[in-house]
Design a protein around this ligand. Structure first.
Ligand SMILES: Nc1ncnc2c1ncn2[C@@H]1O[C@H](COP(=O)(O)OP(=O)(O)OP(=O)(O)O)[C@@H](O)[C@H]1O
Length: 237
């Protein structure tokens, strides 16, 4: 599956190129943070990688093989909860693995423990708070032991302590060997989590660099402006 090589990817909607000749290389380890202005095409790229959108042109080479049947999981910004218990939501994610019911439940409870939701296992998933929902969404993805996990702004609109919990979980998932590609507009979070940064503008990758290099010496004007515009100390007080 790795190295993942994306070449000249193009996805159009309404006659407009949203991904416009996008190239990307991902090696097999670490956390890559995808940055870029609103509308740059970050979510569309993630959806294309997980097979929800079909590109009109270009290639995705999964380490020389076909797109894996399993092994890619995605967590959306506003994850939908199924009308079931917290534990039931995780167990459903395991259905394709065809495990015995007892083992499914055991694995679901183990991952809920790790995301701090074991006490809520029997509660309705739809009764969870925003931060808890995101942790449940991560648990649903983590329990499938994906090789590649795509996270689309998983901490948008969460309070700082919820953000911290999610970041800890993301680090743990990475430590267990899952490759992570994640979008955020939180530059502090990018510096805390990233091994490397991919900066996208207008449907193309402008820059792909190790995190320290990216923030210390962004190579493109677009990335420089984006970093300056997002810095919190530019707020007017
Ligand atoms: N299914 C779709 N049909 C038509 N246009 C779409 C579709 N999905 C996304 N777009 C358009 O593609 C562009 C890129 O959207 P995308 O959600 O990828 O941006 P983004 O970089 O993730 O932005 P943000 O940071 O605001 O989340 C936007 O102009 C959006 O309206």
């Amino acid at each position: 599956m790795f190295p993942l090589r994306v070449r000249d990817l193009r996805w159009e909607a309404g006659g407009r190129a949203i991904l416009d000749g996008l190239d990307l290389d991902l090696a097999g380890e670490g956390i890559t943070i995808l940055l870029g202005p609103n509308g740059a095409g970050k979510s569309v790229l993630l959806r294309t990688l997980c097979g929800l959108l079909e590109p009109q042109a270009g290639t995705i080479d999964w380490g020389g093989g076909r797109r894996p049947e399993s092994g890619v999981a995605m967590v959306f910004q506003h994850a939908r909860m199924l009308r079931d218990s917290v534990c039931g939501n995780v167990e459903l994610a395991l259905l394709p693995a065809r495990l015995a019911a007892g083992e499914r439940r055991e694995r679901a409870l183990a991952v809920l423990e790790r995301v701090g939701l074991a006490q809520r296992a029997a509660d309705s998933a739809r009764a969870l708070s925003g931060g808890e929902r995101q942790r449940l969404a991560l648990a649903r993805a983590w329990v499938t032991q994906p090789r590649l996990l795509l996270l689309d702004e998983p901490t948008a609109s969460l309070d700082p302590s919820s953000v911290d919990r999610i970041e800890r979980i993301v680090r743990e998932i990475r430590t267990e060997g899952t490759r992570i590609l994640m979008t955020t507009h939180n530059l502090g979070q990018a510096t805390r989590l990233a091994d490397d940064v991919v900066f996208i503008d207008a449907g193309r990758v402008c820059e792909h660099a190790p995190v320290q290099r990216f923030f210390a010496r962004p190579a493109s004007q677009a990335a420089r402006l984006y970093i300056q515009g997002e810095l919190p100390w530019r707020m007017a007080f």
